[in-house]
Each structure stands twice: as C-alpha cells, then as structure tokens.
Design a protein around this ligand. Structure first.
Ligand code: EPU
Length: 346
C-alpha cells in the first residue's frame, strides 16, 4: 500500500482551506480498504475518510490516516418491470453520475443535479434539493466497517435516513446500535430509478421556469438544465469561491413555536411538514439578522444566499468556525432557535 506523506488538501476540500494530510492513501476498490486494514503499519491508526471534501471544514492538518476514496465505475446492475437498479463507485462525481443516468435514459435524479461531491458522500447526509432526497431513489450501498474490517451492505431502512441525516452521522449509543459515524467507508451505492417517471416540480423556482419557458411538461433533461441554471444563479461555484453549500440545516419547530415566532416576525419563511412540524428557512433567519455579505477575517456570508459561508481568499477553518458561531449566537438571541451546522468540522 503506497502511503503519501504531507499531502496538500487545499484542492480536495470545497472551502479551499490550506491544510495537509500527514499520511494519505488512495482507495481505488473495496480490496484497497481491506489491504489498508491488513497492513500492520496502518491497521491500528485512526482513519479519516475523504470523499469530494464538499461537506467538511478543515481546522488544521489532518493527523489521522486520510483514506481518499477514488472508487470508479457506473453500471446497470439490475432491472425489474418497475425500476432500473444502477450502481456507482463511491469516488464517482455525483453530478457526472446524474448526467450519465439521464443520458442512458434512466430519469429520477435530475432534481439533484449540480450538487458538489462524490456518490459515496451522498448517502452520508442524504443529499436533497428541489423536492427530492437521495433516500427517494436509494436502493442499497456497500461499505467496510473500519473497526472490524467487515464488509457490509445496507438497505434504506438500515441507513436510517432523515433530513440531511443518516446512520453515518451517528455514533452507537450502546452496543448493538448501528451508529457508523467515523468508522465506515462506503464503497458502492445503488439507486432504484423508477420506470414510471414523474417530474417533481413543486418548488417555486421550478414553477417559475415553467412559466418563463412556457414548457408545461418538461422532460427529465429539461429539469436537469433548469436546476443547473437555478443553482448557478444562487450558489457559488466551489471552484471559484470556496464554500460547502448550505452551512446550516433548516431548523424544525413545533406549530406552537412557529405561531409564537410569527407573532413577532410576521414575514418569517416557513413550510409545514407532513409530520406536523414546521421547517424554517435558516437562510431567511440569518439574512434577517443582517449577516448577508458580512465577514469574519477571510470567511464570509455569501451575498446572494445567507445560508452559504464562503472563503473570500485565504480563510482558515478557525475563521469559518468563528463566523458560524457568531451567526448561531445572533440567530439564537433574536429567534430562540439553535442552528445546527451541516458540514463536519475536522
Ligand atoms: N432566504 C432569504 N435570504 C437568504 C436566503 C434564503 O430570505 O439569504 C429565503 C428565500 O427567499 C426562500 C427561503 O429562504 O424563501 C429558502 O431559500 P432557498 O429556496 O434558497 O432554499 P434553502 O432552504 O436555503 C435548501 C437546501 C439546499 C437546496 C435548496 C433547494 C438545506 C439546508 N438547504 O436551501 O441545499 O439546494 O433548499 O431545495 O436544506 C445544501 O444542502 O448544500 C443545499 C444547497
């Protein structure tokens, strides 16, 4: 197993923060994972799994062994009368995978176009956008438990998906619980793409596109193109301005809490959820506190979308974290709501 030393990570984290991996191995297959775990010099050392680096904030050099997932491959692995089952290696680019499925004539992932990162990272936070979440199209995934060396396969129920949440974000509270945070590497992910495809057009931005273009019944490719345009208009391209997408989750409150806030803040953007809770737009809350366009050192709040923190050039992870904490404090002081960060602080 070839171990690279002192590897710069700036190009491999979407914030573009300057940091190094003390040791790094590139993982090209499930076999590579097993080889690392069988290597006496590497087996016992702490490990950090790096996908596309789209959802992390590096606050310094990374001391654990970085396992950089580069597992490639995309293929149809099954077909029923209802669905195509499509598999991708965890190291594939998510967006390229989405584009490829559409080119093959298998729609279903178009609302998730242009989300940065890799296929293997997508289930970890159950990526979602414009009315579709990964869990809606998920079949199963393969991975390896880094603590036991055992390969595993999980279905959707075992992944315990929630809003920007899964088993991969939780540690086991007690023996027997399936908490896999920090101890699993995902190697392959399979998707179930329905043959009876129906467009998901409920979001206001998509309705606007329909009106603007006069296309009442868009194809999946048309929706893909619209989503790309919408995202390019409001979200910064990490290749140009470092960022990790939405920095906070949209918080959920009870209808009573929401009514109480509305009494004080009549314009608050809120969405009733099927489970009876109410989701608030974190971007609106942050914007209302006057953060849009503000900075702490070289870390800032994006001018067009207050939910996105950006690297204005040379930001450290510490500056990003300080800015995030200041935002959390002011949102808490004004609205009594605790914002929960989305990215993992390393
Ligand atoms: N808003 C403001 N000011 C802002 C930003 C937003 O008032 O600075 C208001 C908007 O006007 C809108 C509402 O807040 O009424 C919601 O904004 P938007 O439609 O941009 O969506 P979001 O809730 O901020 C979520 C996801 C995005 C996803 C979009 C579309 C989360 C944390 N974020 O953003 O996901 O693309 O919906 O579905 O759920 C990501 O996770 O990285 C991400 C980009």
């Amino acid at each position: 197993m070839f171990v690279e030393q002192n590897v710069p990570l700036q190009a491999w984290n979407a914030f573009g923060i300057v940091a190094k991996a003390h040791q790094l191995v590139r993982i090209g297959s499930g076999g590579d994972v097993l080889a690392v775990l069988a290597d006496p010099a590497l087996a016992g050392v702490p490990k950090f799994v790096l996908g596309g680096g789209s959802n992390i904030v590096l606050t310094g050099d990374v001391r654990p062994l970085v396992m950089k997932v580069e597992i490639a491959g995309r293929r149809l692995v099954g077909e029923t009368d209802r669905a195509w089952i499509v598999e991708a290696g965890a190291g594939e680019s998510w967006h390229h995978f989405v584009a490829w499925t559409l080119a093959q004539g298998w729609p279903g992932l178009e609302n998730l176009a242009l989300i940065p990162g890799t296929v293997g990272a997508a289930p970890v936070q159950n990526i979602g956008a414009y009315g579709v979440e990964l869990q809606d199209r998920f079949d199963s995934l393969d991975g390896v438990d880094l603590t036991t060396g055992k390969p595993f396969t999980l279905d959707a129920a075992q992944c315990a998906f929630g809003y920007r949440d899964s088993v991969f974000k939780h540690t086991a509270a007690q023996p027997g619980d399936l908490g896999l945070a920090g101890r699993a590497i995902i190697t392959h992910v399979r998707f179930r793409l329905p043959k009876a495809w129906k467009p998901v057009l409920g979001y206001l931005d998509l309705e606007r596109k329909r009106t603007e273009t006069g296309i009442a019944e868009p194809t999946a490719q048309q929706i893909f193109d619209w989503i790309c345009e919408i995202r390019r208009n409001k979200l910064p391209d990490p290749k140009v301005i470092g960022n990790a997408g939405s920095f906070f989750k949209n918080p959920s409150v009870t209808p009573e809490q929401c009514a109480d806030i509305i009494a004080r803040e009549p314009n608050i953007v809120h969405y009733p959820m099927p489970d009876g809770s109410v989701k608030l737009a974190a971007g609106w809350l942050i914007d209302a506190c006057g953060w849009k366009g503000k900075s702490v050192g070289n870390a800032g709040v994006y001018e067009k979308q207050a939910l996105v923190l950006v690297n204005r050039g040379g930001a450290t992870g510490g500056e990003v974290v300080t800015l995030a904490r200041a935002i959390q404090t002011s949102v808490y002081e004004r609205f009594g709501i605790r914002l929960e960060p989305e990215p993992v602080v390393v």
